[in-house]
Design a protein around this ligand. Structure first.
Ligand code: SAM
Length: 277
């Protein structure tokens, strides 16, 4: 008696290397060989990886611009019992990369989603830099507008805050941190992790700015602003005073000068708070 086995639809979220091709796990390679289709961000980038592992499974693009449309198309393929793997250009899909829409949709209708874990820039970075606590906040890519950046840093001021940053913007972002939290604010930078020119640096924000003004600032970057240990004191009194001056249309800069002169408050702290109000 033969028993027919029906293929169960399944989505595999497969992590790929963040720079070092050897970091694809054997289980990831096996999965990518065995699925019916691989959804990827950029087919040229992924074709290189697959070629390296002799994987011939078909590729289809899945990126932030077609995520919703593709999700509908994949739902039809899942109805036919197909197995699909999702990969991104580097690291773990859905972490500052496309995939969340698909996962949410499939999760809600009960399709099995399996993670094939591996490289991720955040965990790679956090595992090699000195930290005092387990707690951290990951905020993805920082907003580009300075006042919005200030809100993020204010919101997570008591927690080490990890973010992705482009090499073109890193110095500007470090300058904003210096302005908001003072030149002794502590930061960590991980650059080109797992690659030949891998580098990690920690220190006061001014020191890191000086370092990168004199050394190449290229490649992929993860950054962390350490928790602000100076600002644990109650800020409500300062906030009240800032609000009063804001009502009289004083600029954030003027407010920081006025309140630091009159009451001896830390100028950077006042400025940072003022930006967020
Ligand atoms: N999903 C990916 C992951 O799991 O790490 C992250 C994707 S996000 C679009 C890409 C950003 O991750 C880069 O701009 C950079 O900030 C960071 N990144 C990726 N590879 C890196 C590396 N080798 N070293 C440092 N940062 C890296």
């Amino acid at each position: 008696m033969t028993k027919e086995t029906k293929q169960l639809p399944q989505l595999y979220i497969v992590a790929t290397p963040i720079g070092n091709l050897a970091d694809l796990s054997p289980r990831a390679a096996e999965t990518l060989k065995n699925v019916d289709l691989i959804a990827c961000e950029d087919s040229r980038t992924s074709a290189n990886l697959l070629k390296n592992y002799n994987i011939t499974t078909g590729l289809v693009s899945y990126h932030k611009f077609n995520e919703k449309q593709r999700t509908k198309e994949f739902l039809k393929l899942f109805e036919e019992g197909k197995k699909i793997a999702l990969i991104s250009d580097a690291g773990t899909p859905c972490i500052s990369d496309p995939g969340r829409i698909l996962v949410k949709e499939l999760f809600d209708i009960g399709i099995k989603i399996t993670s094939i874990p591996g490289s991720c820039a955040i965990t790679t970075f956090l595992s090699v830099i000195p930290r005092d606590t387990e707690e951290f906040a990951f905020v993805g890519f920082l907003p580009r507008v300075k006042s919005q950046q200030a809100k993020v840093f204010e919101k997570f001021k008591n927690i080490d805050t990890v973010f992705y940053e482009s090499p073109n913007r890193l110095l500007e972002t470090l300058e904003s941190i210096k302005e908001l939290r003072g030149e002794s604010a502590k930061v960590a930078v991980g650059r080109e992790l797992t690659k030949i020119f891998e580098e990690t640096k920690t220190g006061c924000v001014s020191c890191i700015i000086d370092y990168y003004k004199n050394n190449p600032l290229k490649g992929e970057i993860v950054c962390m602003l350490y928790a602000d240990t100076d600002t644990q004191e109650d800020s409500s009194d300062i906030i009240e005073k800032i609000k009063k001056l804001k009502n009289q249309n004083y600029s954030d800069k003027d407010i920081s000068v006025i309140l630091s002169t009159l009451y001896g408050f830390n100028k950077n702290k006042v400025y940072k708070l003022s930006l967020t109000l």
